[in-house]
Design a protein around this ligand. Structure first.
Ligand code: GDP
Ligand code: MG
Length: 349
């Protein structure tokens, strides 16, 4: 298995630490917007991140376990087996294109008698699936040529934008980067509060104005402020639902234009946060956002809570956009850079 995401266990009892993080009122955390300190992971959360296999249990059950059973449990390679596999893949939201690719490739290998036994077939299946995902494995690397490096977060309400921003702040701090958050979801007061909470938790500044403020101007201020403080990364939150979808896209385009006035190359990353549970419907949404905003990457959230993890294969074969991160829980460590092979291994192992 891959070692990604593993780190040394903190000395203190993780259970106790978790309990204390959960109960500490946010206001008690000393927070000075002018000091930006990288936060030690131990200060935030005690427990070691759970294994990806565990996190993807629902998707595994949806098609992982089924697949292992059907391949490893049988003695004969027959066309029945491929039919069953096809049904399993489709019901896990892998989509028609990627499913056909998997089945056709396996079929041709079977025809060529490439497999001595079902175990060899199982391994081949993993390879074929990883190959579909591999072009999307393009991690988000902060280019220090751009200071601040501006990340614009988009996506519909409830997809996990604000939560992912909190996790991203932590992720970049662990790389030694300083981070500032921009509260561009001015639509609901709770959204600003939620972002501020993540700011306190990570000890990073949050630039915000009142509810109803112009998001483009909030984000512009944030970039200006980050620039004057020599901050490495700005992550801008946005609203996910306005009166109409058109209104939402127009607002996002305006944000992009206004950012460009500060730095012609900003945003440096336009990241769509997408809930894996939306399955095939999520694809259509992603396409709309891409048409309006020219996305540079995706983060697929809530893979821990759905059996539709197969959607990553559909994304890879239809959208062909970089999958930067996967979200596998609500904790600060639960946003992980996407690795094709690791993902497939977690599904099939
Ligand atoms: N289980 C799980 N929950 C998540 C994940 N990402 C976000 N959430 C939850 O989804 C809900 C909506 O998230 P939020 O960040 O407020 O969405 P936003 O409206 O797009 O900003 C919150 O309860 C989050 O804790 C994830 O990867 N796994
Ligand atoms: Mg939000």
């Amino acid at each position: 298995m891959f070692g990604f995401g593993k780190r040394k266990k903190p000395k203190d009892n993780p259970v106790e630490q978790e309990a204390s993080t959960a109960t500490a009122p946010v206001a008690d955390i000393p927070f000075n917007p002018l000091t930006i300190k990288p936060v030690e992971p131990e200060q935030i959360e005690g427990a070691e991140p759970a294994d990806l296999t565990e996190k993807l249990a629902k998707t595994r059950r949806g098609f992982g376990d089924g697949m292992a059973d059907f391949v490893l449990g049988k003695k004969e390679l027959d066309s029945n087996m491929l039919d069953e596999l096809e049904t399993t893949l489709l019901s896990a939201d892998v989509g028609i294109e990627a499913t056909s690719e998997i089945i056709d490739t396996l079929q041709s290998q079977i025809t060529r008698k490439a497999f001595a036994n079902t175990e060899a077939l199982h391994i081949a299946l993993g390879d074929i699936m990883a190959k579909i995902l591999e072009p999307c494995e393009q991690p988000l690397v902060i280019d220090s040529e751009h200071k601040p490096y501006v990340i614009l977060i988009v996506g519909i309400n409830g997809a996990g934008k604000t939560t992912s921003i909190g996790k991203l702040a932590h992720h970049f701090q662990q790389q030694g980067k300083s981070v500032l958050l921009a509260a561009g979801d001015t639509f609901r007061a709770a959204a600003v509060e939620q972002l501020k909470e993540w700011g306190s938790r990570n000890n990073v500044p949050v630039v915000a104005q009142g509810t109803g403020a112009d998001p483009a101007s909030v984000i512009f201020d944030a970039i200006e402020s980050a620039s004057s403080k020599n901050i490495d990364v700005v992550i801008a939150d946005t609203a996910g639902r306005l009166h109409t979808q058109d209104h939402l896209m127009e607002e996002l385009k305006k944000i992009k234009r206004v950012m460009g006035k500060f730095d012609g190359s900003a945003p440096h990353e336009t990241l769509l946060i997408m809930d894996a549970g939306f399955g095939q419907n999520g694809l259509q949404q992603a396409q709309q956002f891409h048409e309006a905003m020219t996305l540079s990457g995706l983060a697929i959230t809530k893979l821990d809570g759905t059996a539709k993890g197969g959607i990553l294969f559909a994304i890879a074969s239809k959208l062909k956009l970089p999958i930067r991160f996967i979200g596998v829980g609500e904790g600060i460590e639960d946003l992980r850079p996407f690795h094709a092979k690791e993902f497939v291994e977690a599904l099939l192992e």
